[in-house]
Design a protein around this ligand. Structure first.
Ligand code: RB5
Length: 144
């Protein structure tokens, strides 16, 4: 919900999309915790995933957004933590289902795969869709 802090981080493959989504988050009324990277120089995505997960674990952020070139590396890195449910999404439906069925707390996208408008739409869906609970609660609990 607006007012909540959303952490965002990217590697060099996602930095351009991060700039766009960061602005959207602020426009939508969220507090943004930008954890880098900030330029095109090559960096290692696990370092940025770890930093963002750390921010969620210590309560500095409620949820997060991670972007790398494909989204794959960031989602693998983030999902090494039991309390993290990082969902690599490609469109509105996958973003919506990631919330409704999986209670995803980290949105992951591939900056080299997804266009900026689709990514913005995914971000909105992630932010505004509630977890359905019910049978999904049991399944999510089994993972954490
Ligand atoms: C970096 O070139 C690229 O490997 C990274 O952004 C990501 O796609 C990894 O999964």
């Amino acid at each position: 919900m607006p007012g909540e802090t959303i952490a965002i981080a990217a590697d060099h493959g996602g930095v351009e999309l991060k700039v766009i989504l960061k602005e959207d988050l602020a426009d939508l009324g969220y507090e943004v915790l930008d954890l880098g990277t900030d330029g095109p120089d090559s960096v290692d995505y696990p370092d940025f995933a770890e930093t963002l997960i750390g921010a969620i674990r210590d309560g500095r952020a409620a949820r997060g957004v991670l972007i790398c070139g494909s989204g794959i590396g960031m989602s693998i890195a983030a999902n090494r933590h039991r309390e993290i449910r990082a969902a690599l999404v490609h469109d509105n439906l996958s973003a919506r289902l990631a919330r409704q069925h999986n209670d995803a707390n980290v949105l992951v996208m591939g900056g080299r795969f997804i266009g900026p408008e689709v990514a913005r739409d995914c971000l909105r869906a992630f932010l505004t869709t509630e977890f359905d609970g019910g049978r999904h609660e049991r399944r999510v609990a089994k993972m954490s």
